[in-house]
Design a protein around this ligand. Structure first.
Ligand SMILES: CC[C@@H](C(=O)O)C(=O)SCCNC(=O)CCNC(=O)[C@H](O)C(C)(C)COP(=O)(O)OP(=O)(O)OC[C@H]1O[C@@H](n2cnc3c(N)ncnc32)[C@H](O)[C@@H]1OP(=O)(O)O
Length: 326
């Protein structure tokens, strides 16, 4: 017998036992990872919600959201200046968003996508308050519907963010929860001296449902996003400006209307001086070149996490506590 065939006989069992050890190790690793994942999951996401995430039927969701009335979203477009104003109009509830308003906002974004003369957009609330998030009356009735609502809002706010218009959120009064999320879908944020902004979601037993985590990380980086979202801190205009979240603080002692005029001037003089075709091309280029532009995976993960907490015990306890964030 040659020495090489001896070698084969001796090596075969050794090779098999190494393979066995590797297989056992792999199985143990997979079991360990799966156990870890189930430990981290606060409560089960139903298969109905998961299937909604994959292919949200936006028309069907809009139809459902329209059943939750209240307020409106109003849009005026000025072809001369090229600046449009979108007003979140639900002042009796500090401009919180009902289901119907979510649908109307999506429709107004459709219109703005088609506005050839447009250069800029101001998003603001009625009567001196930006937006206090979701309408809590709607929230309480839609605790089974978080995944669908988040999918709808992600679609609208991604389109708002990517409009070929230079957008500014005019933050007067309170900007809270979903309101703070809306503000991050604009290119800039201008705030009144007395304004307050807070990502209060964790205080409400939830994570962000309208895409703000994805946008904040891209806007200000991981550290700032983590600070805002984990603390639920409510910031003054000065603090938010220092953090880089707010770009400009308006002069003190202006009326609400004067603040709107001052915001139009800030936007117009700084960013809307040139031809609308050029400016729209600049914005489209920015959107295209932004390395974080394809945010679909991140938004999907954000919706998955949100759906795990929405309607859960922490949110129910927060709603029952009737928390005021002033
Ligand atoms: C679904 C999105 C989710 C997310 O993903 O983030 C959310 O946004 S959850 C919602 C988070 N927002 C809140 O929890 C707001 C709670 N409200 C407050 O903190 C305060 O009302 C205020 C916004 C700081 C305003 O305070 P103040 O100026 O002192 O006025 P009032 O408290 O008297 O409010 C006037 C009136 O408005 C009603 N209101 C305010 N916010 C909401 C809201 N989000 N939904 C429904 N109604 C709201 C408030 O209840 C008062 O009503 P009346 O008592 O009937 O006058």
């Amino acid at each position: 017998m040659s020495s090489s065939s001896n070698q084969e006989n001796i090596n075969k069992p050794e090779g098999q036992s190494i393979l066995n050890v590797v297989l056992v190790f792999l199985i143990k690793m997979i079991t360990w990872i799966l156990k870890g994942v189930s430990r981290c999951t606060p409560h089960k996401v139903t298969s109905r919600l998961l299937s909604t995430f994959h292919q949200p039927d936006l028309k069907a969701i809009a139809k459902e959201l329209e059943n939750f009335p209240g307020g409106s979203i109003d849009l005026t477009k000025d072809n001369e200046t090229g600046i449009a104003v979108m007003v979140i109009n639900n002042p009796d509830k500090r401009n919180s968003l009902s289901g119907k308003m979510m649908v109307e906002m999506s429709e107004k974004v459709d219109q703005l996508e088609q506005w050839a003369q447009g250069k800029g957009l101001i998003l603001m609330g009625k009567d001196g308050s930006f937006c206090s998030g979701g309408d809590l009356a709607f929230v309480k009735k839609a605790l089974h519907y978080g995944a669908e609502m988040a999918a709808f809002q992600h679609h609208t706010l991604t389109r708002l963010h990517n409009l070929p218009l230079i957008s500014v959120a005019l933050l007067q009064g309170h900007t809270l929860g979903g309101g703070a999320e809306l503000s991050t879908a604009c290119d800039f944020r201008v705030m009144s001296t007395s304004g307050k902004i807070g990502f209060v979601q964790v205080k409400m037993g939830i994570t962000t449902g309208w895409g703000a985590t994805t946008r904040l990380v891209s806007l200000l980086g991981r550290k700032k996003a983590l600070q805002f979202l984990s603390s639920a801190k409510i910031m003054s205009a000065q603090e938010a400006h220092q953090e880089g979240l707010v770009d400009h603080i308006l002069q003190n002692s202006l009326s609400h209307n004067e603040e709107l005029e001052a915001c139009k001037q800030w936007l117009g003089l700084n960013y809307c001086n040139y031809d609308s075709n050029l400016l729209q091309a600049v914005k489209a280029l920015i959107v295209h070149c932004d390395s974080s532009k394809d945010t679909s995976k991140s938004l999907k993960y954000e919706r998955d996490v949100f759906a795990q907490f929405w309607g859960g015990p922490a949110q129910k306890a927060a709603l029952a506590a009737k928390i005021k964030h002033n």
